[in-house]
Design a protein around this ligand. Structure first.
Ligand code: ATP
Length: 339
């Protein structure tokens, strides 16, 4: 578990004080993935660097599995550092070492005996799907393969926490997927707690349980991804959902539907069955006017703009709401009054 409490950090640059983090608090539960998103300069990397002890915060506490890292020094600090695996931003492999040689580095520093080292490196390369690239040098690996080696290296000392700073920033979508699969395996197979700094919503959609949004050094939104997409006021929630055309949500006079609404459906049961069942049960005609499907982790999530026609349209919509369909905007009744 990573716990960040009231963390602040500022820098002085050309006699100007820049507040990179301003009273940031955040919790990442054991064995979960938290995505930290935000625009450039929001403080994401500073947060990751503080947690990985590369940067000293001005104030606040960082606890990993309950231990306050800021209060440690000497051998206890070195031991705590081993609990934190880091995948740095950019290309971080040593060019003169093979993939296996790079993964072995932290094990050499920790003076792990050679035989044990070899089997651990083989295990890690297998985890990241690169067993056949053990003796290949970074220049002969693709960008995605290099990042997977960097993840294997970060996991070498069996850390409980993994920090990845923009792990997919220079990669195309298909390569991105292979790196995300590896981060997801670190969580699901090794139980590692993962904090991933990213500007890429695909990363959040694909692997994050939780998401925190940083803006000018402060956390402006934080929560479970599946909860945030259901919250009408959540900006990050709507960014993660498929687009619908808001302009046509309100029923136009003489329009062809009795009720139009925007619905968010979460989970297999809701996405697969709710709309046709509502239509059948209430004898209403239901049309999909816009929107689409996405996946958040393994969970299908849909956002549709729907039009309902028939006497019992309002009842059908109410029935869907009772079954956890999240209606984003109140339907407008025939006389234009919000229902
Ligand atoms: N070592 C430093 N010296 C001076 N200012 C710094 C330093 N590191 C970060 N900053 C400043 O702190 C603020 C936050 O930077 P940070 O790199 O954490 O943001 P970020 O969200 O990671 O941005 P990006 O997505 O562009 O990497 C910025 O204004 C940045 O210029």
């Amino acid at each position: 578990m990573i716990t960040v409490e009231n963390l602040s950090k500022s820098f002085t640059q050309n006699n100007t004080r820049v507040t990179a983090l301003d009273d940031v608090s955040l919790e990442v539960p054991d064995g979960t993935v938290c995505g930290v998103v935000g625009t450039s300069g929001a403080g994401k990397s500073t947060l990751a660097r503080c947690i990985s002890l590369l940067e000293k915060p001005d104030s606040g506490a960082i606890r990993v599995d309950g231990t306050d890292l800021a209060a440690l020094d000497g051998s206890r600090l070195r031991a705590a550092r081993r609990q934190i695996g880091v995948v740095p931003q950019g290309d971080s492999l040593l060019r003169q070492r093979t993939a296996a040689g790079n993964v072995a580095l932290p094990l050499e520093s920790a003076k792990v005996p050679a035989a044990q080292r070899r089997s651990r490196v083989a295990e890690l390369l297998d985890l990241v799907g690169l067993s056949d690239k053990a003796s290949v040098y970074p220049d002969h690996l693709s960008g995605g393969q290099r990042q997977r080696v960097a993840v294997a290296r970060a996991l070498a000392a069996k850390p409980s926490v993994l920090l990845a700073d923009e792990p997919t920033s220079a990669l195309d979508p298909s390569t991105t997927d292979s790196v995300l699969t590896v981060l997801d395996r670190a969580r699901s197979e090794l139980g590692v707690t993962v904090l991933v700094v990213t500007h890429d919503m695909a990363v959040v959609r694909r692997i994050a349980d939780d998401v925190a949004v940083l803006e000018e050094g402060s956390v402006v939104e934080h929560g479970k991804v599946l909860d945030l997409v259901s919250e009408p006021g959540s900006r990050i929630g709507s960014t993660l959902l498929p687009e619908t055309d808001q302009a046509e949500l309100v029923r136009s006079p003489g329009g062809e539907h009795d009720v139009t609404a925007e619905v968010v459906l979460v989970g297999f049961a809701a996405v697969g069955a709710l709309l046709p069942e509502a239509s059948n049960r209430f004898g209403v005609e239901l049309s999909i006017l816009g929107g689409g499907l996405t996946r958040l982790g393994d969970t299908p999530v849909a956002k549709f703009r729907i039009g309902l026609s028939g006497e019992r349209s309002e009842s059908a919509l109410k029935w869907m709401i009772e079954r956890d369909a999240h209606v984003r905007r109140a339907p407008v009744s025939v006389d234009g009054v919000a229902a």
